[in-house]
Design a protein around this ligand. Structure first.
Ligand code: IMP
Length: 499
């Protein structure tokens, strides 16, 4: 006989709806804050917050440095995947930590390169302006598409056509974007190379980027004003990986596992708490109150919850383990609130896997989750690391699970441990730039919060009233019994392309 049999079915986020509370001017959408804690830290002076309750999943097809930079600028954070070599992961974390809004590091070319060769780089990178540097990195000039005609100058050298340094306004060791902007305006130039005191190129500032960059009020930073970076780790090579990540000044670590209720995870968390007490660690995934206690008592500062619900996940089918995400959140949030009452430590709960539309995010937050992790949503964005492909006239991007054969390939070589897969590989419809998609997603979340009378997520947790809905009522909630134009139909297919 099993230890316990629960005969109530577990519930998904799709099965709940919110009932309205009183909306006032104070909680109109424009007044709503989505700020939320990322991870608990005992140090009062070191608190980590997100300005939007969304993070991208630690997956090869989702979270590389490009996503990390863009999402941190917009208030969230990407969990940089660990299913890659330590060196490659460090490279990504360094790019995020070294990124200075508006200060870019475009590929530099050498003066003796032919224009023809540089033209190939132009097509590979999509950049049309290149700094020219010597072998030691000393800045010599700039070359842009206006400086040559490929049919006339293909065999010329870059140095024959570049604008030499003496004719260019440069900045020395400037780190403030407003100052760079001032110099650009006064010099009537559109590009400002920033050099160190020896003349080596550090960055370039493009006037066209500045307004965009000054316009990221939700950006999340460390205490040195650098973007926040979160790295995923595993329970195998963690000692080596965490020490390299600590050197790269990662802010937060997160253990990536489909089942976090394990001794390996406890050992990993305890080792990090002992050796790197300044770096908080997020544990998971767990789906029970016991799992929550176990990880938090080991020292986890936040927990990811969810098993079997991910869009690319076949864990339930393969192993028979898993739980609906709504029931998981309700259960674990209960344990979290109890733990808070006992200890005064507030441990954020992260709802992870299986979000199919914005209303799922909203329901997860209403049920008490502090933020939501998503893979599919972010895989569709321009900023995910995959290439776009066209299938049947639709622009798609590949998306694959971390437990799929494709992602596990690197591990097989290293650990030779995968006897079966827990994830699949597929395509998702390209959705454009993250910034535009988030605009709509966040507007919907705020609008629901406003309807429920909450001006921030803390209030949302306290005030939300949810109700289970029947299958018929879900059907009733969609457009029905009318003929719709194709365009409206496409917009209403939220599983496919919802924000
Ligand atoms: P999605 O947002 O529904 O696409 O789910 C993403 C989540 O699925 C990730 O954050 C992981 O928790 C989980 N996941 C990622 N890869 C796999 C896999 O291969 N098998 C099962 N779950 C996975």
């Amino acid at each position: 006989m099993a230890k316990k049999i629960i005969n109530e079915p577990s519930r998904t986020l799709m099965e709940y709806r919110l009932l309205p509370g009183l909306t006032t001017a104070e909680n109109s959408p424009a007044e709503i804050s989505l700020r939320t804690p990322l991870v608990y830290t005992p140090q009062q002076d070191k608190k980590f917050f997100l300005n939007i309750p969304l993070v991208s999943a630690a997956m090869q097809s989702v979270s590389s440095d490009r996503m990390g930079i863009e999402l941190a600028k917009l208030g969230g954070v990407a969990f940089i995947y660990s299913s890659q070599s330590i060196e490659a992961q460090i490279g990504m974390i360094e790019k995020i930590k070294q990124h200075k809004a508006g200060f870019v590091n475009p590929k530099a070319v050498k003066p003796e390169m032919t224009i023809q060769d540089m033209y190939l780089i132009r097509h590979e990178t999509g950049h049309s302006t290149f700094p020219v540097v010597d072998d030691t990195g000393i800045f010599l000039g700039l070359i842009s598409k206006w400086d040559y005609d490929i049919s006339l100058h293909g065999s010329f050298m870059v140095k024959d056509r570049m604008i030499p340094k003496k004719n260019i306004e440069v900045g020395v060791k400037i780190t403030d974007l407003k100052e760079a902007n001032r110099i650009l305006l006064e010099s009537h130039k559109s590009i400002l190379p920033i050099l160190d005191e020896t003349g080596k190129l550090l960055h370039i500032v493009f006037r066209k980027d500045i307004n965009d960059q000054l316009n990221n009020p939700l950006e999340v930073h460390d205490e040195k004003k650098r973007l926040l970076a979160v790295a995923s780790i595993n329970t195998h090579d963690y000692k080596e990986r965490v020490s390299a990540l600590a050197t790269a000044e990662v802010d937060v670590l997160s253990i990536d596992s489909s089942d976090g209720f394990t001794e390996y995870q406890k050992e990993t968390i305890e080792w990090i708490r002992k050796n790197y007490p300044q770096i908080p660690v997020i544990g998971g995934n767990i789906i029970t109150q016991d799992g929550f206690r176990y990880l938090v008592e080991a020292g986890a500062g936040a927990v990811k919850v969810g098993m079997g619900g991910g869009s690319i996940c076949i864990t339930q089918e393969q192993k028979g383990t898993g739980r609906g995400l709504a029931t998981t959140v309700i259960d674990v949030v209960g344990a979290r609130d109890k733990y808070f009452t006992e200890t005064g430590k507030y441990i954020p709960v992260v709802a992870d896997g299986g979000v199919t539309s914005t209303k799922d995010i909203t329901i997860a937050l209403a049920l008490g989750a502090d933020y939501v992790m998503m893979g599919r949503y972010f895989a569709r964005m321009e900023e995910s690391p995959t290439e776009k492909i066209v299938v049947n006239n639709r622009v798609m991007k590949p998306y694959w699970g971390e437990g799929s054969a494709r992602a596990r390939d690197w591990k097989n070589k290293r650990y030779n441990q995968s006897k079966f897969v827990e994830g699949v590989e597929g395509l998702v419809e390209y959705a454009g730039h993250l910034r535009d998609n988030l605009d709509e997603t966040l507007a919907k979340i705020k609008s629901s919060m406003s309807t429920c009378g909450a001006k921030n997520l803390e209030e949302f947790h306290e005030k939300a009233v949810l109700e289970l809905v029947s299958a018929l009522s879900i059907r009733e909630g969609k457009a029905h019994d009318i003929y719709q134009s194709t365009e409206t139909n496409e917009n209403s297919e939220d599983m496919k392309n919802d924000n």
